[in-house]
Design a binder for this molecule. Structure first.
Ligand code: HEM
Length: 265
């Protein structure tokens, strides 16, 4: 960021609002917004070039394989009769836990990327988010298949009657628009701003996931695990709030709102 930032600040000081930078021949015909966008793209390209395309592909393949391990474990346990006395409960709990874990991992990409200076992490975010959706789908399928035997009336009754199921179901419904708009084509179609706004739903989903878990365990007076997830989600969302408030206060103080290729997730 350093040199770009200094260059950008210097350049922006030459222009007034979004008018053309007429005074300097180097910037003739360039608007403030154009300049920010150009520098932002340069910076994004630089960041991504931290790892070569081959390294990124290898990393993605590794993360993909690792993310399939919880499923492989369940399949292995199924074939070797290790799912315990209540296999449906085992499957539901395991897939539910992994949904929450992948939601937390997805939410930690941006803070880690910025705090540790690992820009390439952004390239893994979509895959991690889709794995959260994948495990939620398995979790829901286990429930409607082996717990409810596709009895739609009974499922609906359960969703309305048990608040923890209501909350889990709501989180699951909210995951759909994110999964369906995860492609590059959808980002283009919606436009960056609208896409980002929609994908902030992941914050709500993570909170609902924790509430769902908390409520489920509250009945059993066993909140040790939900408390850990609640703390992690609070930390990850607290980081966003802190960044947002810091940016707003900078903008209020009149500094140029430099947003260099940032995204909120
Ligand atoms: C984003 C969505 C969801 C997340 C993050 C999530 C997460 C979890 C977690 C962490 C557990 C507890 C695991 C444990 O006890 O160790 C759980 C349990 C459970 N979830 Fe979900 N869940 C979600 C959606 C749903 C949906 C849509 C349903 C069904 C409509 C559902 C039904 C259940 C049930 C029945 C249990 C209890 C399993 C048992 O103890 O027998 N969940 N979920």
């Amino acid at each position: 960021m350093g040199s770009d930032s200094i260059f950008l600040r210097g350049s922006l000081a030459k222009c007034d609002g979004t008018e053309n930078i007429e005074s300097d021949p180097f910037f003739r015909g360039t608007t403030k917004r154009g300049l920010i966008e150009t520098l932002s793209s340069i910076r994004t390209m630089k960041s991504i070039s931290n790892l070569s395309p081959r390294q990124i592909t290898a990393l993605k393949a590794l993360v993909f394989a690792l993310a399939l391990l919880p499923l492989a474990r369940l399949i292995w346990f199924g074939f070797t009769d290790q799912l315990g006395a209540n296999p449906v409960e085992f499957l539901t709990r395991s897939t539910g836990t992994w949904t929450l874990v992948f939601l937390c991992i997805t939410l930690s990409v941006t803070p880690l990327r910025k705090l540790a200076g690992w820009p390439w992490l952004a390239r893994l975010r979509r895959m991690l988010g889709l794995f959260a959706f994948f495990y939620a789908l398995l979790h829901f399928t286990t429930y409607i298949w082996f717990d409810q035997w596709f009895d739609l009336a009974s499922i609906w009754k359960d969703v309305l009657k048990r608040p923890f199921i209501t909350v889990g179901f709501t989180a699951f419904l909210l995951l759909w628009p994110l999964a369906l708009t995860s492609t590059n084509a959808m980002v283009k179609r919606l436009g960056g701003k609208r896409w980002q706004a929609l994908h902030r739903l992941v914050y709500v989903i993570a909170v609902l996931g924790v509430v769902h878990y908390w409520w489920h365990k509250a009945g059993k007076h066993d909140l040790a695990q939900p408390e850990i997830y609640a703390a992690i989600v609070a930390l990850l969302l607290g980081y966003r709030l802190w960044v947002f408030l810091a940016r707003r206060s900078r903008e209020r103080q009149g500094a140029a709102p430099l947003r260099m290729g940032n995204s909120p997730q």
